[in-house]
Ligand binder design. Structure first.
Ligand code: ADP
Ligand code: MG
Length: 418
């Protein structure tokens, strides 16, 4: 038991049917029917291996793609192949979620065998639109089709989907009403790392926040500054630009128009408040890179020519950030410094990631594109912890009890049938 939740040490799974929710949502190459990345698949392998080794009949539930971006919905069939490859054992797949075919396949499982069900979001109850419109309680989620059909076949529910722990959906929060529950090893590890970071980070504790999806970054910045967790926040990407705008600096008409187009103009006011309260802890870039005639050109703040769009922090700022990262004891990163996918605008991100690789600080990285950057610059083995959960991590950092954590605490009190 940790954090009021059973771990795999607390449940007896031999010969039992274990319904296990994982988060193996990955970018998919639909034309080739293959996954473009396997970070999350690899991350849940220890839990699956342990459950299978201990003799569980293991049923995996997972989602792929979001209904908000409906076009990336996809079957989990390629995931079964990747899971099998990393586990070195068979992983069965059934193209059904909770209908008769899925239930027959579950009943046919033998001790140690693994079955992956199809994308749970093919069931409407699992969709985010459903979640956010209907706001079902966990008791109500226990009465959804998915839980009603599958829970009677299961003995234990295990959740290893920390990356989805901020979601309030039946496959994540409904089974814990009915079955003895536990968190998997990945969930446990991520929970430990993140709560340790929140409670007493080694200081100085530096947050590096950038990227282009910046609502979360601002939420996180507010939390870690008001909670006294961050000693310094280094900013890049749109985060830095919005803060400079809030500070009355001229980032150029192009950048302002881009920020408006992305819908982040409202964050300028948040930025003003943050600067009023925590100015001495917030570091903003002082130079930038733009692309002219296909080449990188750097300008210091205030000299960006009309028509030029900021696409990276400049090398002076990047050097300053490197120093701060190298003299820190804890560094947390979410979001790249610029458009690192393109050669002329990758230098800022590349330099920051170099420092992440060689600092003695404890380093944590979260966020999909930040993980991509970590791979691109070959730093994966040098980062202390790569968190699979972006959204969950941010919600965790704001201090609220995540829906799945709440559900698991409830399910941890249910006794196993003999
Ligand atoms: P993460 O997935 O790590 O949380 P985000 O999704 O927030 O990161 O942002 C990543 C994206 O931000 C990258 O694809 C990168 O190209 C883009 N980006 C970074 N800086 C800028 C910038 N100044 N202007 C436009 N896009 C940017
Ligand atoms: Mg981000």
């Amino acid at each position: 038991m940790r954090f009021g939740i059973n771990t795999l040490d607390d449940v007896e799974v031999k010969g039992k049917t274990v319904l296990c929710r994982v988060d193996i949502n990955q970018p998919v190459d639909k034309a080739a029917g293959k996954l473009k990345d396997t970070t999350r698949i690899e991350a849940c392998i220890p839990t699956l291996r342990e459950l299978s080794d201990k003799g569980a009949k293991l049923v995996l539930m997972a989602h792929q793609g979001s209904d908000i971006e409906y076009k990336n919905f996809y079957t989990t069939e390629p995931h079964a192949k990747e899971l099998a490859r990393f586990l070195g054992r068979e992983v069965k797949f059934i193209d059904d979620v909770c209908g008769p075919a899925a239930r027959e396949a579950i009943k046919a499982l033998k001790s140690g065998e693994i079955l992956l069900l199809d994308n749970v979001r093919f069931v409407s109850e699992e969709q985010t639109l459903f979640e956010t419109k209907l706001l079902l309680s966990h008791e109500e989620q226990a009465k959804t089709l998915l839980v009603r059909k599958l829970a009677p076949l299961g003995d234990i529910y295990v959740c290893d989907a920390f990356a989805a722990a901020h979601r309030d959906q039946p496959s994540l929060c409904g089974f814990e009403e009915l079955l003895p529950s536990a968190m998997g090893r990945l969930f446990e590890e991520e929970f430990c790392v993140i709560s340790g970071l929140m409670e007493k980070p080694d200081r100085p504790c530096v947050f590096v926040l950038g990227g282009a999806k910046i609502n979360d970054a601002f939420l996180m910045m507010t939390t870690v500054l008001s909670g006294g967790i961050a000693d310094t926040v280094l900013t890049g990407g749109l985060v830095g630009e919005v803060l400079l705008w809030a500070d009355g600096k001229d980032i150029g008409e192009e950048a302002r128009a881009f920020i408006k187009k992305e819908g982040y103009e409202n964050l300028v006011d948040t930025g003003k408040e943050l600067l009023t309260k925590y100015r001495e802890k917030i570091v903003m870039p002082g130079d930038f890179a733009v692309v002219q005639d296909g080449k990188r050109v750097e300008y210091s703040l205030g000299t960006i020519p009309p028509g030029a769009l900021i696409l990276d922090i400049g090398s002076e700022s990047a050097k300053k950030y490197q120093e701060a990262i190298r003299s820190a004891k804890t560094v947390f990163v979410n979001g790249p410094m610029g458009v690192f996918e393109e050669a002329p605008t990758e230098a800022g991100t590349k330099m920051v990631w170099e420092a992440l690789g060689d600092t003695k600080a404890y380093t944590v990285i979260g966020g999909g594109d930040s993980i991509t950057a970590t791979k691109k610059y070959n730093k994966t083995g040098l980062i202390n912890y790569i968190c699979t959960g972006g959204g969950a991590l941010i919600r965790f950092l704001t201090g609220e009890e995540l829906p799945v954590v709440k559900a698991l605490r409830h399910g941890s009190k249910i006794k196993a049938k003999k």
